[in-house]
Write a protein that binds this ligand. Structure first.
Ligand code: NI
Length: 193
């Protein structure tokens, strides 16, 4: 397995439209394993193949909501979505404070449909059709945006988006943005996807 470099704004490769996955080959299985390793290392809760410079309709996710261990802590819950589609977004909306591994260290409230009916294939080629809600619904919509060249900051006002991009530029100029950046003491690490 390998940790893959994650593309960051303003890289134009993040704006490509990803192509459907034709079949789950050994190459795809290796990419999935690498994407999980990359996501856990970042760390993040979701990652689209487009973010690691492979523009295909594949994403991985782990919201840490798996079966509890002996101490009662929720365990890992790796999920793979291949060629995901949203069939029915709900009319009611919810707001989550979102972050993105391609928009380092920046977070903002984004409003999206609260529930979605989605269809996708897993890494075993099994088709799923399910109603998703909460963080899972939001995270899937965030990741699916990546497959269409859209970033969470595109859901913000132009003013807010420009502020986020300026902050990243400033942090990079100061050498404190990107991977391995030091966080202010006491700051809580939030989930990025
Ligand atoms: Ni993202």
């Amino acid at each position: 397995m390998a940790i893959l470099p994650i593309l960051e704004v303003p890289d134009p490769r993040l704006r490509r439209i990803s192509e459907p996955v034709a079949a789950v080959t050994d190459e795809i299985r290796t990419l999935i394993a690498d994407m999980f390793e990359t996501m856990y290392d970042a760390p993040g809760i979701g990652l689209a193949a487009a973010q690691v410079d492979v523009p295909i309709r594949l994403l991985v996710m782990d919201l840490g909501d798996g079966p509890e261990d002996a101490e009662g802590n929720p365990g890992p819950n790796p999920r793979v979505f291949i060629n995901p589609e949203i069939l029915e977004p709900s009319e009611d909306h919810s707001v989550f404070n979102e972050g993105c591994l391609s928009v380092p260290d920046q977070y903002a409230d984004v409003e999206r449909p609260a529930h979605v009916r989605a269809r996708w294939m897993d890494e075993h080629g099994v088709q799923h059709d399910a109603q998703l809600d909460g963080l899972l619904s939001t995270c899937l919509q965030h990741e699916m945006d990546h497959l269409n060249g859209i970033l969470f900051i595109d859901h913000l006002s132009r003013l807010k988006r420009d502020m986020v991009l300026k902050k990243i530029e400033k942090a990079r100029a100061g050498g404190s943005a990107g991977s391995g950046s030091a966080r202010p003491a006491g700051s809580r690490r939030k989930a990025a996807a």
